[in-house]
Design a protein around this ligand. Structure first.
Ligand code: P5A
Length: 437
C-alpha cells in the first residue's frame, strides 16, 4: 500500500474523554472514529487489525472442531420470551419495534437463536457433539460505555454454542473451548489466565473468564503466580481428552472479584499471590439445560428416550482484543503490534521522495517485499513526521531509505519493538526482511 493513496488519518489532538492508552492510541493512529457513545467506525488501519484478530480466532475455533455459521444482528422477542430472558435481561437490551408492531431486539448474545436452529434440525444423539459459532456484532446498551472499543455498546463477539447428550460430554466441549482460548490468546501475543467467574445473565454454575493482566483493566482479579509462568498447550493435544490440561490450570487459585475467596487466596505463600487489574477477553459457560428445557431442544438418546441437550456458550471479545493488545504492547512512541496482528508486515520510509536514486531503491524494496504486505511512505512529508507516524502505528519492521545512506550503499532496518537499527545493503535488507514471512 502506498501511503500517498491510503487513508491514514493520524491525529494530534485527541478528545479528553479518551482516558486509557489504547483508546488514545487507536484514535491517534486513525484506527477508529466514534459515531455515537460506544459505537465506532473502523477506519482502514483498524479494520486490518480487527480482521487479523478475527481470522486467528476463527482458525482456533475451527481447529477445536467448532463450525462457523452467521446469525443475524436482529432477533425477534418471541425467542427470548420462550427462554424467559426477555424481561430478565433488563435495560442492556436494545428493544426495537418494527413497522408491523412486532417486538424485535438487537442481539446482545445468541443462545436463543442458535437453540432454535438446533431444535429445527437435530433429533438424535448420533448427531452430537455439535458446536456452532459465529463472529457477529452485538449490542449492549451499557450504562457506562468507555475506554473506546474495550467497553463499547456495539462490539464484535465470537460466540460459540455447544450441544451434547449429557454432562460428561458437555464437559469435554467446555474443555475444548478452554484449550482453544489459551491457544488463541497466545497466538495474539497475549498471556491469558482462566479464572473462576460469575455467570451473570448467561446463567449456569461453571464458568471461566479469560483475563489479560493490565493496569487499566476493569476487573479486579486474584491468582496464583504459577499461572503466569504457564504457556499455552499448543495445537498438538488430544482434543478428546483435555481434562488433565484443564485440571492443571484450574487447580491453582484464580478468581475474579465476584468469586474471590479471601481465605483461600491468603493460604497461598505471600510471594505467590497476585492481586491485579485485568481485562476480560473471553468468557466460557456451561449451563446444562437452561435453554434446551424451556425451548424444547431435545434429542433421542441411545435408549430412544428424548432428553434436553446439555449446552454451553463461549464468547471472545474480538473488537475488545484490539484495545487489549495495545494495552499489553505499546511504548511512549505508540503501538507495538505483535507480528501476527500487525496491520502491515513492514513499513518502507522514503526519506526523499522525488530523488531518483531514493525513489528507485524504495520502489525496488516495495516490489520485492510484496509478500510482507508493505506500507510504503512515498509522501513528501518531513523525515521526522514520517518516523513518528511509523512508530505510532506500530508496524513491526521499518526499512528506511534515504539519499545519504544510499551514497554509502546502505539502507536502515529498524525493529519497532526494540528500536534496534542495522545498516545493510538494500539487497541484504530485503533478504533479511523476506525471511520474516
Ligand atoms: C458467551 C458467548 C456471553 O455473552 N454468550 C455467547 C456468552 N458472554 S459475555 O461474557 O457476556 O461476553 C463475551 C465476551 O464479549 C466481550 N464483551 C464486550 N466487548 C466490548 N464491549 C462490551 N460492552 C462487551 N461486553 C462483553 C468480552 O470479552 C466478553 O468476555
Amino acid at each position: 500500500m502506498r501511503l500517498s493513496r491510503y487513508f491514514l488519518p493520524v491525529m494530534k489532538d485527541i478528545p479528553a474523554e479518551a482516558q486509557i492508552v489504547s483508546h488514545r492510541l487507536m484514535l491517534r493512529a486513525g484506527m477508529i472514529r466514534q459515531v455515537a457513545a460506544g459505537i465506532y467506525s473502523w477506519l482502514p488501519l483498524g479494520l486490518r487489525v480487527l480482521k487479523k484478530i478475527e481470522q486467528i480466532v476463527r482458525e482456533e475455533q475451527n481447529r477445536s472442531g467448532a463450525i462457523e455459521i452467521l446469525m443475524p444482528t436482529m432477533q425477534p422477542a418471541e425467542l427470548w420470551k420462550e427462554s424467559k430472558r426477555y424481561e430478565a435481561y433488563g435495560a442492556e437490551m436494545l428493544r426495537i419495534v418494527d413497522r408491523h408492531e412486532r417486538d424485535m431486539l438487537f442481539g446482545p448474545t445468541a443462545e436463543e437463536v442458535v437453540t432454535d436452529i438446533f431444535r429445527a434440525y437435530v433429533k438424535s444423539y448420533r448427531d452430537l457433539p455439535l458446536n456452532l459459532y459465529n463472529i457477529q456484532w452485538k449490542f449492549r446498551d451499557e450504562t457506562r460505555p468507555r475506554f473506546g472499543v474495550m467497553r463499547g455498546r456495539e462490539f464484535l463477539m465470537k460466540d460459540a454454542y455447544s450441544f451434547d447428550v449429557d454432562e460428561p460430554a458437555a464437559r469435554k466441549a467446555y474443555n475444548r473451548m478452554f484449550v482453544a482460548y489459551l491457544n488463541t490468546f497466545a497466538r495474539l501475543g497475549l498471556k491469558s489466565i482462566p479464572m473462576r467467574a460469575d455467570t451473570g445473565p448467561i446463567g449456569g454454575d461453571l464458568s471461566h473468564e479469560f483475563i489479560v493482566l493490565a493496569e487499566t483493566g476493569e476487573s479486579q482479579v486474584y491468582c496464583d503466580r504459577a499461572l503466569l509462568d504457564m504457556g499455552a498447550p499448543g495445537p498438538d493435544v488430544d482434543w478428546d481428552d483435555l481434562q488433565a490440561i484443564v485440571d492443571e490450570r484450574t487447580a491453582l487459585y484464580a478468581a475474579t472479584d465476584e468469586m474471590h475467596d479471601a481465605a483461600a487466596f491468603e493460604a497461598l505463600k505471600e510471594d505467590q499471590r497476585v492481586s491485579a487489574r485485568g481485562i476480560e477477553v473471553g468468557h466460557i459457560f456451561y449451563f446444562g439445560e437452561k435453554y434446551s428445557k424451556p425451548m424444547n431442544a431435545v434429542v433421542a438418546g441411545p435408549d430412544g428416550q428424548s432428553r434436553p441437550i446439555h449446552g454451553g456458550s463461549y464468547g471472545i471479545g474480538v473488537s475488545r482484543l484490539a484495545g487489549a493488545i495495545i494495552e499489553a504492547s505499546h511504548d511512549d512512541a505508540g503501538i507495538v503490534w505483535p507480528e501476527p496482528v500487525a496491520p502491515f508486515g513492514v513499513a518502507i520510509v522514503n526519506l526523499k521522495a522525488g530523488d531518483s536514486a531514493t525513489d528507485a531503491a524504495a520502489e525496488k524494496a516495495y516490489a520485492a517485499l510484496g509478500a510482507l504486505d508493505p506500507l510504503y511512505d512515498d509522501t513528501d512529508a518531513r523525515p521526522g513526521a514520517k518516523f513518528s507516524t511509523m512508530d505510532l502505528i506500530g508496524v513491526p519492521w521499518q526499512l528506511i531509505v534515504g539519499p545519504k545512506g544510499l551514497e554509502k550503499g546502505v539502507v536502515e532496518v529498524k525493529e519497532r519493538r526494540t528500536g534496534a537499527k542495522e545498516e545493510l545493503s538494500l539487497d541484504a535488507a530485503i533478504k533479511k526482511l523476506s525471511a520474516k514471512k
